[in-house]
Design a protein around this ligand. Structure first.
Ligand SMILES: Cc1ncc(COP(=O)(O)O)c(C=O)c1O
Length: 381
């Protein structure tokens, strides 16, 4: 019997450990020079002007909607096929979540569905859109930007699945997820199943200096030493907004930096794994449509099968721990309770009845992947 094969797994090596130990014996444990170094290296990696490290992506999403000025009672559109945090951040402010449907082939938020929703309401009804680079497939933010601009909406990219991914825009340029070219703000997660593991961790990127300053302030209680009304001396600071303690530590950042350095290599391996799955499943099993005009970060590899529960159970019996991404957010009991029971999101619900994420992580061995493919095809034929 094979050792258990999870759907995702962090990859920690000796160098990661060495750098964390170094951080532990330094003068800083919480926010110090390693946080700044991580922010600068991350911004350079994705091509954004600014980056703000935070406790986790959920905190990053929360700060982002606050910095974008979202208020109680306002409305924001997102996808139902995502982790709940993409929608929850809207609720934290007391604003309303409006779900648009997904594209049945790419599983990404459908721009047509968003457009229909916007056009069915009066001008000013919505404040923003939160598209997600689901499974690592970069969403076409150029088109979303055009739509957002036409309706004066902000654009917050949930890029948790896609550090290092990019799409090619209409001018032929590579647009890296989170580079700040089209989205106002983007958010990444460093949860261990993601590409870059910090234990917990997140990063917000933007090209707007104003948003950067607001995000930095909100991360630390709303406290600042810049642009103060008064100055009583070196000790003096001002709390200018109601903020939080959403700081990342130097220990986590030390790990984030070494993990980031490996991400390019990790993406190459993920793409190789995806290629093998695609070759094995072509014409046999439906998998996420992966357009050629983008570089996929492949956080997940998602297939659709009729007897999903049967396959899920069969794989578990064979020590393969496939997963479901995701239960549509509008069907979660909290969202049902607040009135989403009647939501008509047919593509999302149909997708959920069939989807299964297969093992996808850089340390997946060739023989393990072959075993997964053999078991999947064996079950279905
Ligand atoms: C799409 C998406 N958004 C947000 C989050 C939240 O990330 P974190 O666990 O870092 O708060 C996740 C994590 O699973 C995610 O997959």
């Amino acid at each position: 019997m094979m050792n258990p094969i999870p759907y995702g797994r962090q990859h920690i090596d000796e160098n990661d450990i060495k750098e964390v130990v170094k951080a532990l014996t330094s003068d800083f444990l919480t926010q110090g020079p390693k946080v700044k170094e991580f922010e600068e290296k991350f911004a350079a990696y994705v091509g954004s002007k600014y980056a703000v490290a935070v406790t986790n992506a959920t905190a990053g999403l929360h700060l982002s909607v606050l910095a974008l000025g979202l208020n109680k009672g306002e409305r924001v559109i997102t996808t139902p096929i995502t982790f709940a945090a993409s929608a929850n951040c809207i609720r934290y402010t007391g604003a309303e979540v409006w779900f648009a449907d997904i594209d049945p082939d790419t599983y990404l938020l459908s721009i047509e569905s968003v457009k229909q929703l916007i056009e069915s309401k009066p001008k000013g009804f919505f404040k923003g859109i939160i598209p997600v680079d689901f499974a690592g497939l970069p969403i076409d933010l150029e088109s979303f930007r055009k739509l957002a601009d036409a309706h004066e909406l902000w654009l917050l990219e949930d890029a948790c699945h896609a550090p290092g991914g990019y799409f090619i825009d209409s001018s032929g340029k590579e647009q890296f997820c989170g580079n700040g070219e089209y989205a106002d703000v983007s958010v990444f997660s460093f949860h261990p199943v993601k590409h870059i593991a910090c234990g917990e961790g997140g990063m917000i990127t933007t090209n707007s200096e104003k948003l950067f300053q607001k995000l930095s302030r909100l991360r630390t209680h709303g406290i600042t030493k810049e642009n103060m009304k008064e100055n009583h001396g070196d000790w003096y600071y001002e709390m200018q907004d109601l903020g939080f303690n959403y700081r990342l530590t130097d220990i986590q950042s030390a790990l984030g930096i070494t993990q980031l350095e490996k991400n390019k290599k990790g993406l190459l391996v993920r793409n190789k794994i995806a290629k093998r799955y695609k070759e094995a499943f072509k014409g046999v099993i439906k998998f996420q449509d992966l357009p050629e005009n983008s570089y996929n970060a492949h956080h997940l590899f998602v297939i659709e099968v009729e007897d999903r529960k049967g396959l899920y159970t069969y794989l578990r019996e064979n020590n393969i721990f496939a997963q479901i991404h995701y239960i549509p957010v509008h069907t979660l009991p909290y969202y049902e309770k607040i009135g989403y029971k009647a939501a008509n999101l047919q593509n999302a619900e149909k997708y959920y009845s069939k989807c299964l994420s297969l093992p996808m992580f850089p340390s997946l061995l060739d023989e393990e992947q072959e075993f997964v493919i053999e078991k999947v095809i064996g079950f279905l034929t």
